[in-house]
Design a protein around this ligand. Structure first.
Ligand code: TYC
Length: 107
């Protein structure tokens, strides 16, 4: 609403609501962990703790969700961070000869 006798919108509320702010937030990416029949549960839990900084309890919970449902979202990150985490998981899996798969998807 206008306030002040000069008709000026003192707090710029109207302008802020009518125009789109030029600062667009960068897109976010979900990092997904996929189930397989061979990767040991303990290895997956360890990877979640190590790469995503989760507690053991959080890691076991996500690992079991993946095991039961086929996949789970581990976290949501900027493109660069998501890409790095996927690469770190895939590198650890490969070096330990486990078929664990991790991917990212635009939110
Ligand atoms: N399904 C695997 C097993 O029974 C465990 C597992 C969980 C593998 C999560 C991958 O992303 C995964 N050993």
């Amino acid at each position: 609403m206008m306030s002040g006798k000069d008709g000026h919108d003192d707090n710029d509320t109207e302008l802020a609501l009518k125009t789109r702010p030029k600062t667009e937030r960068p897109p976010l990416y979900k990092v997904l962990l996929l189930n397989d029949d061979y990767t040991p549960m303990e290895f997956v839990t360890h990877v979640l703790e190590r790469i995503f900084g989760l507690t053991e309890t959080q890691s076991v919970e996500i690992m079991l969700t993946v095991h039961k449902k086929g996949l789970a979202v581990v976290g949501v990150f900027s493109h660069e961070v998501a890409e790095t985490k996927v690469a770190q998981v895939m590198d650890l899996a490969l070096r330990n000869q486990h078929p664990l798969q991790c991917t990212m998807e635009k939110e």
